[in-house]
Every structure is written in C-alpha cells, then in structure tokens.
Design a binder for this molecule. Structure first.
Ligand SMILES: *Cc1c(COP(=O)(O)O)cnc(C)c1O
Length: 374
C-alpha cells in the first residue's frame, strides 16, 4: 500500500474559484485588469478601507515599501533572524544594511526590548514578522517606532485574518505586507499585497510595481522612477477573490484545530518530553502554522525522518537567516542571536490547514509522542 504522507500545508480551492479562473482565461484579458481591481477593493474593505495594492509576491511588497520610504544605502533596517529569508533579503536589495535583533523564546517573534536596543542614529525602519500569524505587541511596536521616528514595514505575510485587540492586522499601522503564496491561509498561487498610507504612497506603489510607468491621455507615457515587473495577473486575482470570502471560516477552523492539538498534547506534554508548544492564543493569531520546539536530545532531521515513517511530512519555519552564507559574508556569525539559533535549529511545523481533520491531528500528536518518547 502506498499512501502519500500528510503534508504540513495544503491549499483548499473550491469549484467556483476554478470556474472563475476558467472565465478569466476565456475572457481575452489575462494580465492585470478588472479582477485585480476587484481584489484590491475587496482587500481594502477587509482592512479598514485602507489603500491596498496587489503584486506578484509578498516579497516585492516589502522591497517596494522600503523604496517608497526612501530607504537605501547608509540606512539600517532592523528585523528578526527567524523568518523566511525574503524579509532580510529585501533590505539588501534596496542597498540598506540589515540589522537583526534576537527573538523572544516564548512567542518566537522579534524581542521588542532587543529591537529597541539595536536602534542607532542610522536606523530608518523596522520589519517585524508575525511568525505563524501571531502579531507582536502592536502597541509597544508603534510606540517604539514613534519615539525613534522609524518607518514600520510589517511582514504580515502569514497574518491575514489575525488581529490585535479586535482590529484586523493590516487595518491600522504603517506599511503592511501580506503574501498569497500557496501555503498561506488565503492564496492566489503566488502573490501579495501592500497596504499604504495615502494617495502619494499609492502612486509610488503603482510606479514601482510596473517599470515606473505613468500614463496619461490616450498615448502619454513617462518614467521618472526605476520600477520593476511586479504586477498581479487577473488569473491570480480571480483565485484570491474566490478565497477571500472564506477567510473567517478558515481562521475559525484553524483556531479549532489548534485547540484540538493542545487538547491532544495534554497538560503534561512539555514536562514529560522537554518539547515546547506554541502560545495558547485564540484571539489574535490566525494559526497559520502550528509549531513545536524540539528538545535538544533529538535533531530536527531525525524527528522529521521518524515522523515520515508515520506518514506525516513536517516542515520547518525557519532556519536563522544570519547564518546563511550571504549573511555570514556580511559579518554575522554563531552566538550573535542565541535564542534564534536554538529555536531555528529545533523548531518544527506540524500539519495545519483548512481541510485537516480532527483525526489527522490525533494521528499527528500520537506520532509526535511516540517519536519523542522513544
Ligand atoms: C511567505 C512569506 C514571505 C514571502 O512571501 P512570497 O509571497 O513567497 O514572496 C515573506 N515573509 C514571510 C514571513 C513569509 O511567510
């Protein structure tokens, strides 16, 4: 009997969405057009009527936010070492200097005390990441930014559907970037969006999206900034429009699955195994990921291999960015961010997606317990 292992993430695309994509393909207009405009309007309605522009990734959105803020050579930008490498790469991409601050061992997000300690006269912006969908203390974050005159580019790639004190992430704050990559809670296969603050920023957000072009009249065209090729297609936007109405149900389902994980692990799991569960938060986080930190007596590779014997394919999010060759070449090394290094070595992602069943959760927890108690 061959059975493919349970994945840690899987998109759910309904038949109506598949049909809508077919309609776009038949319409004669398959690049950015009416579906992109409709998707931007729907996102804006979801995010407190702020201005939202869509892109072909949740990486270029952050790069463009930094460019809109005028950040470049000589400027420092502070972020976390535990994120997808995109978060730090965009800082290098605009010619600025990435600065890391260690993470909080409980939330696994950037430690705001260490972030504040890393601020220098050259610091221009901070990029907080909401790992697994859990926001940082947003009041404290914006108090720090305000006090030091810093821009904030929120890497909310994983946090669509998350909130802070009842307000959706993205409905307040400075720049907010979301990703619609295939594993995210809402997908367009690949894609992203950026929330900006005003009409001037929106104009720049559009220019940077498409070669810096500004059109006027029937044949007027000018280019006054260096933009790239980052526009979303109507095919992708049609997928997003099909997904977005399900956001509340998706978030509710993930929260219910997270509760089931905790119930199955039980109260003594951490004590008996030395593993660490995530924060039990059912108000703010959208439970994009359900991650545990393994005890040091087992390597993550050993754990993942043994879970595969139980037909469960775990993931890991993330390896510490500062230890990648590109970053070592810029002077980063082991020992600089000890919490991130330990968590980055031992963190593992268990299955969590809309179509996951209670039985899948029970099977996963049973496998984790048997692997860790061996
Ligand atoms: C997915 C993700 C990104 C990048 O998004 P893409 O759409 O793949 O470019 C950036 N940061 C975090 C934290 C992510 O999870």
């Amino acid at each position: 009997m061959s059975q493919s292992p349970l994945p840690f993430s899987r998109p759910s695309i309904d038949e109506a969405t598949i049909a809508a994509v077919g309609e776009v393909l038949r319409s004669g207009w398959i690049t950015s057009g009416p579906k992109v405009q409709a998707f931007e309007a729907a996102l804006s309605a979801l995010l407190g009527n702020r201005i939202v522009r869509t892109y072909n990734s949740g990486t270029c959105t952050m790069e463009i936010a930094l460019r809109i803020a005028g950040i470049g050579p000589g400027d420092e930008v502070i972020t976390t070492p535990i994120s997808w490498v995109a978060t730090a790469n965009v800082i290098i991409e605009v010619g600025a200097t990435p600065v890391f601050a260690d993470i909080d061992p409980v939330t696994r997000n950037i430690d705001l005390d260490k972030l504040e300690a890393a601020i220098t006269p050259r610091t221009r912006a901070i990029i907080p990441v909401y790992l697994a969908g859990m926001p940082v203390d947003m009041d404290r974050l914006y108090a720090i930014a305000g006090k030091h005159g810093l821009r904030v580019v929120e890497d909310a790639a994983q946090a669509l559907g998350s909130s802070w004190k009842g307000k959706p992430i993205g409905s307040f704050g400075d720049f907010v970037s979301f990703s619609f990559q295939a594993n995210k809670n809402i997908t367009t296969s690949e894609g992203g969006c950026l929330v900006v603050n005003d009409a001037d920023e929106a104009k720049l957000a559009e220019k940077f999206r498409l070669q810096g072009v500004v059109r006027s009249g029937l044949d007027g065209i000018d280019v006054d900034v260096l933009g790239g090729k980052f526009n979303m297609t109507d095919i992708a936007a049609a997928i997003g429009l099909g997904q977005l109405p399900h956001l509340d149900a998706i978030t509710a389902r993930r929260r219910a699955l997270a509760r089931h994980y905790f119930a199955c692990f039980g109260d003594d799991f951490e004590e008996t195994t030395g593993a660490q569960l995530p924060v039990r938060d059912f108000q703010n986080t959208n439970w994009h990921l359900f991650q545990i930190v393994l005890p040091e007596r087992i390597t993550r590779a050993e754990f993942m291999a043994k879970m595969l014997e139980h037909q469960i394919a775990c993931g890991y999010h993330y390896a510490p960015i500062h230890l990648f060759t590109l970053y070592r070449e810029r002077g980063f090394k082991e020992g600089m961010f000890p919490v991130a290094e330990r968590v980055g070595r031992q963190i593992v992602t268990l299955p969590m997606f809309f179509a996951l069943t209670e039985n899948d959760v029970e099977r996963t927890v049973g496998a984790v317990k048997s692997v860790l108690q061996q």
